[in-house]
Design a protein around this ligand. Structure first.
Ligand code: HBI
Ligand code: FE
Length: 285
């Protein structure tokens, strides 16, 4: 994703506005798309109570997403009331800066198209199931919602400083693949995990991957893989820890990290707070 433009991506970018938004055109989804959504929803909903954090579980239950592809205009008034966030419809992946500008203004871009039935278990680009089911529920949590806006503001700044790569790693290991400590053990809050049929249980209970305490600078130096389950997950104590980590200006961090070597996705370091050391941290999805 990093540094790419919208060129060559799946989705119809021909009718978008300058800020990359489009109309959702809910009436145009065929019945088969709603049927596929129901199957995707059913599988994930059966896993969420065991593996997701409490905030996510509560939100999903309140949203009632079981019947059909959700309408953005139906959820937006409730979201606005809860946290002041809004969902905007987009054709697919956005250039980094356009994406960050939306987050910085409390707008979450959600892709309008749904995957094909053959992609039930795995999809490379984010579709409406990943974006909506995975990301939207936590926008109802006030602290997480503030974190995501702070991330967007940081992204706009990082873009100007040429430091997107470090910030993209933070997004990856928190918003997409983050774990959180809870009274019932480690649970998932990352959208990439929560929208995946296989990685949701793998991330939380498999002995294979590392689970390491959240450390901002450590994460910004850690590479990631986009085509396998993660070899390492970073675990936050709560969403406040995330929000507070993003409060300072990152500019000195980027200077400090510039030119230093990066860590492999599977690395465990002497300074890590290791919650679980992976037994087999390399494995195909
Ligand atoms: N666009 N629609 C969409 N969704 C994303 O999650 C996304 C994006 N563009 C860029 C991007 N993510 C990442 O490169 C940044 O978060 C780093
Ligand atoms: Fe995502």
């Amino acid at each position: 994703m990093t540094g790419e433009t919208a060129h060559g991506l799946r989705g119809d970018y021909s009718r978008m506005r300058p800020d990359y938004t489009v109309e959702q055109d809910w009436a145009a989804y065929p019945p088969e798309a709603h049927a596929l959504w129901r199957r995707l929803y059913e599988r994930q909903a059966s896993l969420v109570p065991r593996y997701a954090c409490e905030e996510f579980i509560r939100s999903v239950a309140a949203m009632d997403l079981s019947d059909a592809i959700p309408r953005f205009d139906a959820v937006n008034p409730r979201l606005a009331k809860a946290t002041g966030w809004e969902i905007v419809a987009v054709p697919g992946l956005l250039p980094d800066l356009a994406f960050f500008e939306h987050l910085a203004h409390r707008r979450f871009p959600v892709t309008v198209w749904l995957r094909e039935p053959e992609e039930f278990d795995y999809i490379v680009e984010p579709d409406i199931f990943h974006d909506f089911f995975g990301h939207v529920p936590l926008l109802f949590d006030p602290v997480f919602a503030d974190y995501l806006q702070a991330y967007g503001r940081g992204g706009v700044k990082a873009h100007a400083l040429g430091a997107i790569e470090m910030l993209a790693r933070l997004y990856w290991y928190t918003v997409e693949f983050g774990l959180i400590e809870t009274p019932s053990g480690v649970r998932a809050y990352g959208a990439g995990i929560l929208s995946s049929g296989g990685e949701i249980s793998y991330s939380v209970e498999s002995p294979d991957p590392n689970r390491i305490g959240f450390d901002l600078l450590r994460i910004m130096r850690t590479r990631y893989k986009i085509d396998t389950y993660q070899e390492t997950y970073f675990v936050v104590r709560d969403f406040r820890q995330l929000f507070e980590a993003t409060a300072p200006d990152f500019t000195p961090y980027y200077e400090q990290l510039a030119g230093r070597e990066t860590h492999a996705p599977s690395a465990v370091l002497a300074a890590d707070r290791v919650l679980h050391r992976g037994l087999a941290p390399v494995r195909a999805a």
